[in-house]
Design a binder for this molecule. Structure first.
Ligand code: HEC
Ligand code: HEC
Length: 317
């Protein structure tokens, strides 16, 4: 025992001497995903890409959350079964386990309760868990795989669990910005670093912070100006948290989105109204901070945001 302790202490001392200490910043690096059960992750990956989860066997989760497109779908609003149009922009699935609540309006507390939404939503997959189960039960491959991965084999709860475990594996560590936070020399260019300083100086960091650089609080969209009046054509999904709480002060309040991998997830905002990061940052300056957008600063902040693109399975997204 004492020997083990002294070996541990030695290892710690070694690390301490030779690795640079991490920087003390209001953002922390994304950790490596912890995968206790590769079989369950693999099963979740198959289910996430399986069109049998939708009523007409045309859509999988990945249709709207493509791992090849930053975990989103690149559309203003998503397209559901039979071409029905959704009412809100699809957020990225990468790092979704870091969200303090799920959905733009935070109506699901966690990934397990979130997952009932898309399955039954008539403008998404328009199905039900019993229907999904009965389809998957016709497939000997799934029966076999579930038996290997879960004690009680193919059940509704295990289908949900496998998808959630897969979602939890979708962390994107080792962006260049995270390497900078880990104090690796020259991880960022001088301009990207300036962008990060501006991000803090302007006060973006007061809302976009923590490990996900967002996704840990609710805020009104349009604090210093009326975004919705200026944009026009207000829809029910613009009401944000109000739809969950019916509380007047929650009108136009949304979960602050994570900025991780944002370079890959245009168009931006819950309404998908904005195609470029430059425009999105200008809108933030004007409506969240009451500042007159300044092109030079915007460009540097955008360079910083682009340095937030991380890695999935050891390759850059
Ligand atoms: C038809 C497109 C579509 C399909 C299919 C779909 N989603 Fe989504 N997903 C969306 C949209 C749009 C939202 C945002 C809805 C909202 O916030 O009201 C969303 C939100 C989410 C979120 C919350 C992310 C966040 O940042 O808040 C998760 C997690 C998620 N989906 C997982 C899934 C899983 C798992 C499946 C498959 C079972 C799935 N989605 C199928 C379009 C889709
Ligand atoms: C007062 C809080 C607040 C401040 C300050 C703030 N933001 Fe935001 N940001 C939000 C909210 C809320 C949203 C989501 C708005 C929506 O779509 O409804 C958002 C969305 C974004 C998006 C779009 C992300 C996506 O995936 O759609 C970007 C990019 C962004 N902010 C960057 C910035 C930058 C850069 C700054 C500083 C110039 C900043 N924000 C300042 C709250 C804030």
């Amino acid at each position: 025992m004492t020997r083990l302790v002294s070996i541990l202490l030695l290892a710690l001392a070694y690390n301490h001497t030779f690795a640079n200490p991490p920087l003390n910043e209001p953002i922390s690096p994304i950790p490596e995903p912890v995968t206790n059960s590769p079989k369950q992750v693999q099963l979740g990956r198959l289910l996430f890409h399986d069109v049998r989860l939708s009523q007409n066997n045309q859509l999988s989760c990945a249709s709207c959350h493509s791992l090849k497109h930053g975990g989103a779908d690149g559309q203003v609003v998503s397209t559901g079964v039979n071409g029905s149009k959704g009412e809100i922009n699809s957020p990225t699935i990468f790092n979704c386990s870091l969200n303090f609540r799920q959905f733009w309006d935070g109506r699901a507390d966690n990934l397990l309760s979130q997952i009932d939404g898309p399955i039954s939503n008539p403008i998404e997959m328009n199905s039900s868990w019993p229907e999904v189960l009965s389809k998957l039960k016709q497939d000997p491959f799934y029966i076999e795989q579930f038996q290997q991965a879960f004690k009680n084999g193919l059940t509704i709860n295990n289908i949900k669990a496998a998808i959630v475990i897969f979602e939890e594996s979708l962390l994107t560590p080792d962006s260049r910005f995270d390497l900078y936070l880990k104090n690796i020399p020259n991880a960022l260019s001088a301009e990207e670093l300036e962008g990060y300083s501006l991000f803090k100086q302007y006060g973006c960091i007061s809302c976009h912070q923590g490990v996900a650089i967002g996704a840990n609080l609710y805020q009104r969209f349009g604090i210093m100006g009326d975004y919705f009046a200026d944009r026009g054509n207000i829809t029910p999904s613009d009401l944000g948290r109000y739809r969950v709480t019916q509380n007047e002060k929650d009108k136009y309040v949304f979960k602050v989105p994570s900025l991780r991998n944002a370079a890959l997830t245009a168009p931006y905002f819950h309404d998908g109204s904005t195609n470029t990061l430059e425009e999105a940052v200008a809108i933030m300056m004007r409506y969240q901070l009451g500042r007159i957008p300044n092109k030079q600063d915007i460009n540097k902040i955008v360079l910083f945001i682009k340095s937030l693109t991380g890695q999935y399975n050891k390759s850059k997204l």
